[in-house]
Design a protein around this ligand. Structure first.
Ligand SMILES: [Zn+2]
Length: 311
């Protein structure tokens, strides 16, 4: 672990401030590149994150890249090939809306067959991508959220958490250096989680996001029309309201039921951003399990937090 101790630079650590109540707020660390790796086309912007985090990093000068681990063939009502192509296209649209770099790296593993993956091969690909993009921070799912039922979320995050650390070692996959790559270490991992599943590993920070960040992620999520188009849901709500002689102008005064369904999706994204913000004492936020450069050394982390002073 000597190599980690030698690079302890406090200036690079994100500022973590205690909010009035709830989770402490974490800011993006100083840096230039965020590499987001997740199994599915829409994982960068679902209700439990991390579209707000991505846009906040971009606001602070980062370039952000998205890696889609699976080919998403089961997500959507079409056959496998069409779902794969539609979901890839919509992932590209969404990352453009978020302001990420205009390229999606698809690893094309089969969706929901993760337990038979050669996980070491997936990890090798992720090590390669960390060395290629040289991220200062990485983000994905939190693999240690105990009640994570989705095998793609769990397995890709598990391999990514190993990869972003192993990528720094010269004796790990040394054949990659023949391609002109060099070892690269990263010290900041932001893991998102389904917080309504069980009572496992809980988030430890909240990242404050602006109203504009929230608006952007509301648009990015409904780029994924292959899985989120919800005209039937909008029709059902309108019918239910009509039974009581009520209506919502925002749902009536739109183009069609599909647009009304997108409005519902935006409301949900807005609600959860406010909900998580309120819990951290700010207007909007997203919650994460954050591992910094001292995460694996809790004793040192505690010592530093108690003893380091500004000059
Ligand atoms: Zn997913």
């Amino acid at each position: 672990m000597q190599r980690f101790l030698s690079i302890l630079v406090l200036a690079c650590a994100p500022a973590i401030a205690a909010a009035a109540e709830g989770l402490p707020l974490a800011d993006p660390p100083a840096g230039d590149v965020l590499l987001v790796a997740q199994p599915h086309h829409d994982d960068h912007t679902t209700d439990h994150g991390l579209g707000g985090l991505v846009t906040r990093f971009i606001d602070e000068g980062y370039k952000a890249y998205f890696v889609r681990g699976s080919n998403d063939e089961k997500d959507g009502a079409h056959g496998y090939p069409r779902n794969d192509i539609l979901n890839l296209k919509e992932a590209q649209d969404a990352v453009r809306i978020l302001g990420m770099e205009d390229e999606v790296t698809s690893l094309n593993w089969r969706n929901n067959f993760e337990t038979s993956y050669p996980l070491n091969e997936l990890r090798e690909q992720l090590v390669f991508l960390v060395r290629k993009y040289k991220p200062d921070a990485v983000a994905g799912h939190n693999a240690w959220e105990h009640f994570q039922k989705n095998p793609g979320h769990r397995n890709l995050a598990w391999m990514y958490e190993e990869a972003y650390w192993l990528a720094g070692y010269r004796n790990v996959y040394p054949e990659q250096f023949e391609l002109g790559l060099a070892p690269h270490e990263t010290y900041h991992y932001f893991g998102k989680a389904r917080l309504d599943w069980g009572l496992g590993h809980r988030p430890n920070v909240a990242v404050e996001i602006s109203e504009e960040n929230v608006r952007t992620k509301e648009k990015a999520i409904h780029a994924h029309q292959n899985v989120y188009s919800n005209p039937a849901g909008a029709r059902a709500i309108k019918a239910r309201l009509a039974e009581d002689g009520l209506y919502l102008p925002e749902l009536e005064d739109v183009e069609d039921d599909n647009a009304a369904g997108n409005t519902l999706l935006e409301w949900h994204m807005n609600w959860i951003s406010r909900f998580q913000g309120e819990a951290a004492g700010v207007r909007y936020a997203e919650e994460f399990f954050y591992m910094d450069e001292f995460y694996h050394l809790p004793g040192l982390k505690k010592f530093l937090s108690e003893n380091v002073k500004e000059k």
